[in-house]
Design a protein around this ligand. Structure first.
Ligand code: ADP
Ligand code: ADP
Length: 232
Protein backbone atom coordinates (compact mmCIF):
# COMPACT_ATOMS: atom_id res chain seq x y z
CA UNK A 1 0.00 0.00 0.00
CA UNK A 2 2.70 2.49 1.10
CA UNK A 3 6.43 1.98 0.81
CA UNK A 4 8.94 4.59 1.85
CA UNK A 5 12.33 4.00 0.34
CA UNK A 6 15.38 5.64 1.86
CA UNK A 7 13.43 8.81 2.44
CA UNK A 8 15.29 11.90 3.62
CA UNK A 9 14.19 15.44 4.35
CA UNK A 10 16.71 18.10 5.22
CA UNK A 11 15.63 21.60 6.21
CA UNK A 12 17.87 24.60 6.20
CA UNK A 13 17.23 26.50 9.39
CA UNK A 14 19.21 29.74 9.85
CA UNK A 15 22.11 28.37 7.83
CA UNK A 16 22.13 25.02 9.65
CA UNK A 17 21.01 21.70 8.17
CA UNK A 18 18.30 19.88 10.11
CA UNK A 19 17.89 16.24 9.14
CA UNK A 20 14.20 15.84 9.92
CA UNK A 21 14.16 12.44 8.14
CA UNK A 22 17.45 10.62 7.74
CA UNK A 23 16.82 7.54 5.59
CA UNK A 24 13.41 6.15 6.43
CA UNK A 25 12.38 2.74 5.10
CA UNK A 26 8.87 1.63 5.98
CA UNK A 27 6.00 -0.42 4.59
CA UNK A 28 2.32 -0.09 5.39
CA UNK A 29 0.15 -3.00 4.29
CA UNK A 30 -3.25 -2.76 2.69
CA UNK A 31 -6.04 -2.82 5.28
CA UNK A 32 -3.95 -2.43 8.43
CA UNK A 33 -3.89 0.21 11.14
CA UNK A 34 -0.30 1.40 11.29
CA UNK A 35 1.00 3.62 14.09
CA UNK A 36 3.98 5.95 13.99
CA UNK A 37 5.12 6.95 17.45
CA UNK A 38 7.89 9.27 18.57
CA UNK A 39 8.48 12.22 20.82
CA UNK A 40 8.30 15.84 19.85
CA UNK A 41 10.84 16.72 17.15
CA UNK A 42 11.35 13.09 16.09
CA UNK A 43 10.09 13.73 12.55
CA UNK A 44 6.46 12.56 12.71
CA UNK A 45 4.88 15.62 11.09
CA UNK A 46 7.54 15.69 8.41
CA UNK A 47 6.84 12.04 7.70
CA UNK A 48 3.08 12.53 7.38
CA UNK A 49 3.64 15.46 4.99
CA UNK A 50 5.72 13.10 2.83
CA UNK A 51 2.89 10.57 2.64
CA UNK A 52 0.62 12.92 0.72
CA UNK A 53 3.53 14.89 -0.74
CA UNK A 54 2.41 18.17 0.77
CA UNK A 55 6.17 18.63 0.94
CA UNK A 56 8.77 17.12 -1.33
CA UNK A 57 11.44 14.79 0.10
CA UNK A 58 15.10 15.76 -0.26
CA UNK A 59 15.77 12.26 -1.59
CA UNK A 60 14.13 8.85 -1.67
CA UNK A 61 10.83 7.50 -2.93
CA UNK A 62 7.24 7.29 -1.78
CA UNK A 63 5.38 4.35 -3.30
CA UNK A 64 1.61 4.50 -3.06
CA UNK A 65 -0.38 1.54 -4.41
CA UNK A 66 2.57 0.41 -6.49
CA UNK A 67 3.40 3.81 -7.94
CA UNK A 68 6.28 6.12 -7.06
CA UNK A 69 4.50 9.43 -6.49
CA UNK A 70 7.63 11.58 -6.01
CA UNK A 71 8.01 12.50 -9.72
CA UNK A 72 4.32 13.44 -10.19
CA UNK A 73 3.18 16.90 -11.20
CA UNK A 74 1.15 19.09 -8.85
CA UNK A 75 -2.02 18.33 -10.87
CA UNK A 76 -1.39 14.58 -10.62
CA UNK A 77 -0.69 14.90 -6.90
CA UNK A 78 -4.02 16.66 -6.36
CA UNK A 79 -5.64 13.56 -7.84
CA UNK A 80 -3.60 11.30 -5.55
CA UNK A 81 -4.52 13.39 -2.49
CA UNK A 82 -8.18 12.99 -3.29
CA UNK A 83 -7.76 9.33 -2.37
CA UNK A 84 -6.25 10.22 1.02
CA UNK A 85 -8.38 11.37 3.96
CA UNK A 86 -6.79 13.53 6.66
CA UNK A 87 -7.85 13.80 10.31
CA UNK A 88 -6.29 16.58 12.38
CA UNK A 89 -5.56 17.16 16.05
CA UNK A 90 -7.70 20.30 16.24
CA UNK A 91 -10.42 18.98 13.90
CA UNK A 92 -10.13 22.01 11.52
CA UNK A 93 -13.89 22.39 11.21
CA UNK A 94 -15.48 25.56 9.92
CA UNK A 95 -17.47 27.01 12.80
CA UNK A 96 -19.88 29.02 10.67
CA UNK A 97 -20.99 25.95 8.71
CA UNK A 98 -23.30 23.17 9.75
CA UNK A 99 -21.98 19.68 10.38
CA UNK A 100 -23.52 18.51 7.11
CA UNK A 101 -21.86 21.33 5.13
CA UNK A 102 -18.50 20.70 6.75
CA UNK A 103 -18.70 17.08 5.67
CA UNK A 104 -19.86 17.78 2.12
CA UNK A 105 -17.31 20.51 1.54
CA UNK A 106 -14.55 18.26 0.08
CA UNK A 107 -17.16 16.75 -2.23
CA UNK A 108 -18.08 20.17 -3.47
CA UNK A 109 -14.40 20.86 -4.13
CA UNK A 110 -14.22 17.58 -6.02
CA UNK A 111 -17.09 18.79 -8.22
CA UNK A 112 -19.70 16.20 -7.27
CA UNK A 113 -23.31 17.07 -8.10
CA UNK A 114 -25.17 18.49 -5.12
CA UNK A 115 -27.53 15.54 -4.64
CA UNK A 116 -24.53 13.19 -4.48
CA UNK A 117 -22.73 15.52 -2.05
CA UNK A 118 -25.72 15.34 0.27
CA UNK A 119 -26.19 11.62 -0.11
CA UNK A 120 -22.53 10.88 0.62
CA UNK A 121 -22.36 13.35 3.49
CA UNK A 122 -25.37 11.70 5.15
CA UNK A 123 -23.90 8.26 4.54
CA UNK A 124 -20.57 9.08 6.27
CA UNK A 125 -22.32 10.94 9.10
CA UNK A 126 -24.34 7.81 9.74
CA UNK A 127 -21.10 5.79 9.71
CA UNK A 128 -19.70 7.90 12.56
CA UNK A 129 -23.02 7.87 14.44
CA UNK A 130 -23.91 11.55 14.00
CA UNK A 131 -26.92 11.45 11.70
CA UNK A 132 -28.97 13.33 14.26
CA UNK A 133 -26.41 16.19 14.53
CA UNK A 134 -26.23 17.14 10.84
CA UNK A 135 -27.99 20.49 11.19
CA UNK A 136 -25.98 21.67 14.20
CA UNK A 137 -22.86 23.81 14.15
CA UNK A 138 -19.53 22.35 15.33
CA UNK A 139 -19.50 24.66 18.36
CA UNK A 140 -22.64 22.95 19.68
CA UNK A 141 -20.90 19.56 19.79
CA UNK A 142 -18.51 17.95 22.28
CA UNK A 143 -14.84 17.48 21.36
CA UNK A 144 -15.37 13.82 20.62
CA UNK A 145 -18.35 14.59 18.39
CA UNK A 146 -16.35 17.27 16.58
CA UNK A 147 -13.62 14.76 15.84
CA UNK A 148 -16.27 12.35 14.53
CA UNK A 149 -17.30 15.11 12.13
CA UNK A 150 -13.62 15.46 11.17
CA UNK A 151 -13.49 11.73 10.49
CA UNK A 152 -16.72 11.84 8.45
CA UNK A 153 -15.32 14.69 6.37
CA UNK A 154 -12.11 12.69 5.79
CA UNK A 155 -14.19 9.71 4.60
CA UNK A 156 -16.50 11.68 2.34
CA UNK A 157 -14.33 11.30 -0.76
CA UNK A 158 -14.17 7.51 -0.17
CA UNK A 159 -10.41 7.49 0.33
CA UNK A 160 -8.28 4.35 0.21
CA UNK A 161 -6.01 5.71 2.93
CA UNK A 162 -6.75 7.63 6.11
CA UNK A 163 -3.98 9.67 7.75
CA UNK A 164 -4.60 10.65 11.38
CA UNK A 165 -2.25 13.33 12.72
CA UNK A 166 -2.45 13.28 16.54
CA UNK A 167 -6.19 12.78 16.03
CA UNK A 168 -6.94 12.12 19.70
CA UNK A 169 -4.33 14.38 21.33
CA UNK A 170 -6.88 17.10 22.12
CA UNK A 171 -9.34 14.65 23.71
CA UNK A 172 -9.69 13.28 27.24
CA UNK A 173 -8.74 9.61 27.79
CA UNK A 174 -12.31 8.29 27.68
CA UNK A 175 -13.20 10.16 24.49
CA UNK A 176 -9.86 9.09 23.02
CA UNK A 177 -10.81 5.45 23.50
CA UNK A 178 -14.22 5.91 21.88
CA UNK A 179 -12.74 7.72 18.86
CA UNK A 180 -10.11 4.97 18.52
CA UNK A 181 -12.88 2.34 18.68
CA UNK A 182 -14.66 4.18 15.89
CA UNK A 183 -11.51 4.21 13.75
CA UNK A 184 -11.02 0.47 14.34
CA UNK A 185 -14.67 -0.09 13.40
CA UNK A 186 -14.23 1.83 10.18
CA UNK A 187 -11.05 -0.09 9.42
CA UNK A 188 -12.93 -3.38 9.89
CA UNK A 189 -16.08 -2.33 8.06
CA UNK A 190 -14.46 -0.65 5.04
CA UNK A 191 -11.10 -2.44 5.01
CA UNK A 192 -9.60 1.03 4.96
CA UNK A 193 -5.85 1.39 5.57
CA UNK A 194 -5.18 3.81 8.44
CA UNK A 195 -1.91 5.48 9.42
CA UNK A 196 -1.83 7.18 12.82
CA UNK A 197 0.83 9.58 13.99
CA UNK A 198 0.96 9.92 17.76
CA UNK A 199 3.14 10.52 20.77
CA UNK A 200 0.78 8.40 22.89
CA UNK A 201 1.53 4.80 23.67
CA UNK A 202 -2.11 4.25 24.71
CA UNK A 203 -3.18 5.09 21.16
CA UNK A 204 -0.80 2.52 19.68
CA UNK A 205 -1.88 -0.17 22.13
CA UNK A 206 -5.59 0.45 21.67
CA UNK A 207 -5.76 0.84 17.92
CA UNK A 208 -2.75 -0.32 15.91
CA UNK A 209 -1.76 -3.62 14.31
CA UNK A 210 1.80 -2.58 13.60
CA UNK A 211 3.98 0.27 14.72
CA UNK A 212 7.14 2.15 13.79
CA UNK A 213 9.07 4.03 16.44
CA UNK A 214 10.69 7.14 15.00
CA UNK A 215 13.60 8.85 16.71
CA UNK A 216 15.79 11.64 15.34
CA UNK A 217 14.49 11.09 11.81
CA UNK A 218 15.11 7.35 11.77
CA UNK A 219 12.93 4.29 12.33
CA UNK A 220 14.36 2.94 15.55
CA UNK A 221 12.14 -0.12 15.59
CA UNK A 222 9.10 -1.51 13.80
CA UNK A 223 6.85 -4.54 13.77
CA UNK A 224 3.69 -5.98 15.34
CA UNK A 225 2.60 -3.93 18.33
CA UNK A 226 2.68 -7.10 20.44
CA UNK A 227 6.31 -7.74 19.52
CA UNK A 228 7.68 -4.22 19.73
CA UNK A 229 6.24 -3.38 23.13
CA UNK A 230 6.32 -5.59 26.16
CA UNK A 231 2.82 -6.03 27.50
CA UNK A 232 2.19 -5.87 31.21
P1 ADP B 1 7.50 15.86 15.25
O1 ADP B 1 6.27 15.97 14.40
O2 ADP B 1 7.83 14.45 15.57
O3 ADP B 1 7.44 16.73 16.46
P2 ADP B 1 8.78 17.34 13.10
O4 ADP B 1 8.64 16.51 11.88
O5 ADP B 1 7.86 18.47 13.28
O6 ADP B 1 8.73 16.37 14.38
O7 ADP B 1 10.26 17.92 13.19
C1 ADP B 1 11.44 17.13 12.98
C2 ADP B 1 12.64 18.08 12.99
O8 ADP B 1 12.62 18.90 11.82
C3 ADP B 1 12.69 19.02 14.17
O9 ADP B 1 14.03 19.21 14.53
C4 ADP B 1 12.09 20.28 13.60
O10 ADP B 1 12.60 21.42 14.31
C5 ADP B 1 12.58 20.25 12.17
N1 ADP B 1 11.64 20.94 11.24
C6 ADP B 1 10.39 20.57 10.95
N2 ADP B 1 9.83 21.38 10.02
C7 ADP B 1 10.79 22.32 9.74
C8 ADP B 1 10.84 23.44 8.85
N3 ADP B 1 9.81 23.77 8.07
N4 ADP B 1 11.97 24.14 8.81
C9 ADP B 1 13.04 23.82 9.58
N5 ADP B 1 13.07 22.78 10.42
C10 ADP B 1 11.95 22.02 10.50
P1 ADP C 1 -24.72 25.46 -3.45
O1 ADP C 1 -25.58 26.23 -4.41
O2 ADP C 1 -24.16 24.18 -4.05
O3 ADP C 1 -25.38 25.27 -2.13
P2 ADP C 1 -22.95 27.34 -2.14
O4 ADP C 1 -21.68 28.03 -2.60
O5 ADP C 1 -24.07 28.21 -1.74
O6 ADP C 1 -23.37 26.33 -3.29
O7 ADP C 1 -22.53 26.44 -0.93
C1 ADP C 1 -23.05 25.16 -0.72
C2 ADP C 1 -22.89 24.80 0.70
O8 ADP C 1 -21.51 24.59 0.97
C3 ADP C 1 -23.40 25.89 1.57
O9 ADP C 1 -24.38 25.40 2.44
C4 ADP C 1 -22.21 26.37 2.33
O10 ADP C 1 -22.50 26.51 3.70
C5 ADP C 1 -21.18 25.26 2.14
N1 ADP C 1 -19.84 25.82 2.05
C6 ADP C 1 -19.38 26.80 1.27
N2 ADP C 1 -18.11 27.09 1.52
C7 ADP C 1 -17.74 26.27 2.52
C8 ADP C 1 -16.53 26.04 3.26
N3 ADP C 1 -15.43 26.77 3.07
N4 ADP C 1 -16.53 25.05 4.20
C9 ADP C 1 -17.61 24.34 4.43
N5 ADP C 1 -18.78 24.50 3.78
C10 ADP C 1 -18.83 25.43 2.84
Amino acid sequence: MIRLENLTKTYLSSGREVHALAGVNMTVREGEVFGIIGRSGAGKSTLIRMLNLLEHPTSGKVWLQGRDITPLSEAELRQVRRGIGMVFQHFNLLRSRTVLDNVRFPLKLAGLPKNEQLERAREVLSLVGLSDQAAKHPGQLSGGQQQRVGIARALANHPHLLLCDEATSALDPETTQSVLRLLRDINAKLGLTIVMITHGMDVIRAACDRVAVIDAGRIAESGDVMDVFLHP
